[in-house]
Ligand binder design. Sequence first.
Ligand SMILES: *Cc1c(COP(=O)(O)O)cnc(C)c1O
Length: 477
Amino acid sequence: MGKPAGPIPSVDEIIRTDVGKIACERFGHAATVGAVRAALERFRATIGEAGDERPDRASIALAVGTAATDRLNAADLPRVRRVFNLTGTVLHTNLGRATLPENAIEAATAAMRHAVALEYDLQSGGRGERDDAVRDLLKELTGAEDALVVNNNAAAVLLVLNTFSLRRGAIVSRGELIEIGGSFRMPEIMKRAGAELVEVGTTNRTHLKDYEAAIGPSTGLLMKVHTSNYLIQGFTKEVLTAELSRLAAKHAIPLVDDLGSGTLVDLSAWGMRRERTVQDAVGDGSDLVTFSGDKLLGGPQAGFIVGRRDLVAACAKNPIKRALRLDKIRLAALEATLKLYRDPDRLAERLPTLRHLSRSKADVGDAASRVAAALAAELGDRAVVEVVDCASQIGSGALPLETVPSRGVSITPAGEGKPSGRRLARLAAALRALPVPVIGRIERNAVVLDVRCLDDEQTFATQLTKLQWADSTNESA
Ligand SMILES: *Cc1c(COP(=O)(O)O)cnc(C)c1O
């Protein structure tokens, strides 16, 4: 027989201990009481197992108070948390795409903190237009007559389709009916926009005559879509914008070019393959061009519509525009980001997306060596840490087959033979459980961290002492 169950401290008693007081200070009385009550219940539920070893009242209070604090701390961690993107995909949609330049961060912070001249003309003291902040910049940078901005590129496409193709035909090549990341599918957006999809050509070949044959009295627009995440190769034929533009003009139908990522600079200047720019699309005769703010452009999430003045004005007048508009924070960040494009010589220095993409393999390699040394010091003989070649991707539907030669760190749990998938998954999970979660990828029987996008090596290295990784080899995969 064990001792009779001694009195268990009350919620109040625990709240009055040092741990309880500190928790109240941090999380408030109500939340702390709730957490202590829950922790106390859990303690009672497990009390049977304690037997003779039942601790004294003060120890129970401390243990329950600490458990409650742990819960409160865990619940307090932001869900939208900073992470280290070491996946090798520079514009990773699941990790928030572009990281913003410093001037955009400052502008956004100021816009959050203060009243701003958003729809206010400081010269006249009268009403201004929300998009004015970026309209002139976009005109200047793209060569288009006019511009407007909405929530994202999906919204830009939706607005254009709804404005010109409501209950009218939108003609698209069968080779360009894209799906991006599962939720954006061109045929579905068209349907929701009220447009009637008119598919022309075949998956691999579409000719000018296919478009021409489809044009009729109820045609609302011709659409060209950038095949952002795939390439059609082999026996293929696509009609280029310049040709389509002549056809569209002949029939007085707008030609819309959905560029997707859309870049304002010739990427070959930074060693990448040249991607058609927004200026190219405008110059080739697209009446409207749509593209994203947070893909190659490197700014906040946004969608642009640039092109002919009368057509942009029609989009701006569509009541749906109001539901898709940008808030002051992103507009401020966008204006700052776009301004950097006035000085292309310093763009790679200032714009993180371009800085990451254009970072030389040697430079990434040096960083990989430092990261490998820090990891090896922490892991000791528990893992084999090596600097390896890898390939970064741009991501978010830009240059889909293009990779950028990179360097990374491969971590392989020590031991005979190939580590099992489960052991690798546990290592990856331990890295994700760090204060700033480290997101890598599992590849070639190792966890590989591509360090191309690692800016803050200091934080990365110092937090490694917190790595909790219990590897165990004596189990089946
Ligand atoms: C990415 C993409 C979109 C969607 O853009 P979001 O900014 O993610 O809304 C639309 N069309 C194309 C061709 C794209 O590549």
